[in-house]
Design a protein around this ligand. Structure first.
Ligand code: ADP
Length: 636
């Protein structure tokens, strides 16, 4: 399957290119297509959000145009001296304002909740995607970096809530334009009943239309020019912000707020160096934000000047109509208001378009990430559940290179894994032992050859079901800052008896019994005031987790690296009992573990160099014997 790796800087570069080549409309359409896709996704997430925004648009329009009509009626009634009618208009105006403002106040509260929800939804979508990706794609650092950068960009420039906000403004602007157009059109059509000279001419419908059209075109042109200039400036800021937040976040979260780092900082006296580093980063960040704010400030001033000029024109235009008797004085406010609305709606439409396109430059990366395809074949065959644990696994001419590297880490590996036996995998550092296990667990797929389970390529099996066959304690096993029981259960059903048994078998019972809240004790300080445990203790809990899963094949990747020799001997002895009746694979640098195994696989430079029992391999006097004798010196 093909993988598209997304690229953060690509979006803006693409946009620049499109603008350069003059395909503005095409590129605008492509951006709005992305915008609509986001709207659709938001709607699928919560079907009440879009109708809510539409309702708000309706309320705002009703408020704007309702007050224009009602106040015009009120002024005319006052001028004519019909006070009962004036009272009616006044009550209607106040009543409408009260109802609509209360409604909009309630809506604003709702918007706040929706914006927070959407901010979270953005993260949830990213996380869901991250977990749906296969490990191979995930392990590529570039993907992880870019997810972090996407999140920071979304935090800085606004997330999904901003997309909705600007689309709502654009819709509002379009409707305001449509509603005002009727009034503006009818104003232009009104003929003067008095007035001579220039005023009389200007009020003529034949002159009014082109005059208004010219003013509108001028305003459109100025708005486009301004938004183009400022969008370019903002984009430059956007692009120059290469990892600024990432660096600051690292300093805050991983250095200053990380109590584990506190030890190193104090012992090595790194305080001043860190203070200077963070001051440098903060200054850069502040200068960046100041620059961005100044762009925004100048943009607002520019937009205000354009809309101010158009408002001035609108009032003069309506005044000429009123002065020449084309419309009543009361209607003057209505028409002047409609003209102003028309102008500001045009400006809002232009601004909304620019903002949406700006957001789409980084949302492009977000959507590309959501579209990222897993490298792995998604098999569907169910794995046969065997109570006797008799599965047959074989590597057939398996070679493997890590993505982005041509150098094979495994070369033509052929071997069968005998069930219910203890297999040791040994070899020098970097010989390919861990990679062999990663391929066995289907975290990576062979570049060449195949791995079979009961004669069938493992890629054809349902991934989750296949993985359920393995319990692994990796070299870099990880416990989480959750309570002990959650670490042991690791996503399966909680069964207290089973937890106790797994802890006992892993030799962690005393440790957990001695904890303040037993199995409910929180580990580490990341998620609260949890308990710190040593590397060896953590390893025992990781063993308990592997046992709790109760899988037919148990793999230990350098399980004793963090243990002292006595504890190591204890683990082997214990494990020997623990894996009874199961298939177990040990990867160890400590050759002593091999004595406990029935079969030994010796890796050398990615190849299986030797295989056999401890005695046979020693007698062979090959690589195994060399490694064994080299270590025996230290243990003698
Ligand atoms: P061993 O477990 O025998 O020490 P590994 O299987 O961990 O060896 O590594 C074999 C080789 O693959 C080493 O040269 C290592 O640097 C390389 N390697 C391991 N993991 C990765 C990775 N994620 N990306 C690229 N190269 C890797």
């Amino acid at each position: 399957m093909k993988t598209k790796i997304f690229n953060c800087a690509k979006g803006s570069a693409e946009m620049r290119e499109k603008l350069k080549t003059g395909k503005k409309w095409k590129s605008a359409l492509a951006d709005h297509k992305k915008g609509f896709r986001l709207l659709k996704m938001i709607h699928q997430e919560d079907s009440s959000i879009l109708p809510g925004y539409l309702l708000d648009v309706g309320l705002q329009l009703a408020e704007i145009y309702g007050s224009l009509f009602l106040s015009a009626g009120l002024i005319d009634a006052l001028l004519l001296g019909t006070f009962r009618e004036a009272l009616f208009w006044a009550v209607a105006l106040i009543g409408m304002e009260f109802v609509l403002r209360t409604g909009r106040l309630w809506m604003q509260n709702w918007f706040r909740k929706v914006t927070t929800r959407l901010w979270l939804v953005f993260y949830v979508w990213l996380r869901k995607k991250v977990f749906s990706l296969d490990y191979e794609t995930m392990e590529q650092e570039k993907v992880i970096d870019r997810i972090a950068s996407l999140e920071q960009t979304a935090d800085m420039y606004g997330s999904l809530g901003v997309v909705l906000y600007w689309y709502r403004n654009m819709l509002m602007a379009a409707l305001r334009m449509a509603a005002s157009a009727v009034l503006v059109g009818s104003l232009c059509l009104k003929a003067p009943v008095r007035g001579k000279g220039m005023f009389g001419v200007l009020a003529l419908p034949a002159v009014s239309f082109p005059l208004f059209g010219a003013a509108l075109a001028g305003m459109f042109w100025a708005s486009f020019r301004l938004s183009g200039i400022f969008a370019k400036e903002r984009r430059q800021y956007f692009e120059s912000n290469t990892g600024m937040e990432q660096r600051l976040e690292y300093l805050v979260e991983q250095v200053f707020m990380n109590y584990k780092a506190g030890k190193v900082v104090r012992i090595f006296g790194m305080e001043e160096m860190l203070r200077q580093n963070s001051a440098k980063e903060t200054d850069k960040m502040l200068a960046h934000y100041d620059g961005m704010l100044w762009v925004g400030c100048r943009e607002n001033m520019g937009n205000l000047s354009v809309s101010g000029l158009f408002t001035l024109f609108s009032y003069l235009f309506a005044a000429v109509k009123a002065a020449t008797g084309a419309v009543t004085v009361g209607a003057f406010t209505k028409y002047a208001g409609a003209l102003t609305q028309f102008g500001s709606a045009c400006a809002d439409l232009v601004l909304g378009n620019v903002k949406i396109r700006e957001i789409c430059t980084y949302m492009t990366e977000f959507l590309a990430f959501l579209d990222l395809e897993s490298r792995h074949a998604a098999g569907s065959i169910p794995v046969e559940k065997r109570v006797d644990g008799e599965y047959e696994i074989a590597f057939e001419h398996v070679s493997f290179s890590y993505p982005g590297s041509k150098e094979p880490v495994l070369r033509d590996v052929n071997c069968k894994i005998d069930m219910k036996r203890k297999l040791a995998v040994v070899g020098r550092n970097g010989a390919g032992k861990t990679t062999f296990i990663k391929l066995l667990c289907r975290l990576y797929e062979p570049t060449q050859g195949r791995i079979t389970l009961n004669g069938v390529d493992i890629r054809k099996y349902d991934e989750e079901q296949y993985r359920s066959l393995f319990s692994v304690v990796f070299q870099d096993f990880r416990l989480f800052a959750f309570p002990v029981w959650e670490n042991v259960v690791a996503g399966q059903e909680r069964d207290n008896t089973k937890i106790r048994e797994a802890l006992r078998q892993a030799g962690a019972k005393e440790l957990v019994d001695g904890m303040p809240k037993g199995v409910d004790t929180l580990l580490y300080k990341d998620m609260g005031d949890g308990m710190e445990i040593s590397g060896g203790e953590a390893q025992k809990l990781a063993l308990a987790r592997a046992l709790y899963k109760d899988a037919p094949i148990v793999i230990l990747d350098e399980p004793t690296a963090a243990l002292d020799p006595l504890a190591e001997a204890e683990v082997y002895e214990r494990f020997d009992r623990m894996v009874e009746g199961k298939t177990s694979i040990y990867i160890s640098h400590r050759m002593s573990s091999c004595r406990f195994c029935d079969d030994i696989l010796v890796f050398d430079k990615g190849r299986v160099a030797e295989r056999g029992s401890h005695e046979t391999l020693l007698a062979k006097e090959g690589l195994y014997a060399k490694l064994w004798h080299a270590q025996a010196q230290y243990y003698a």
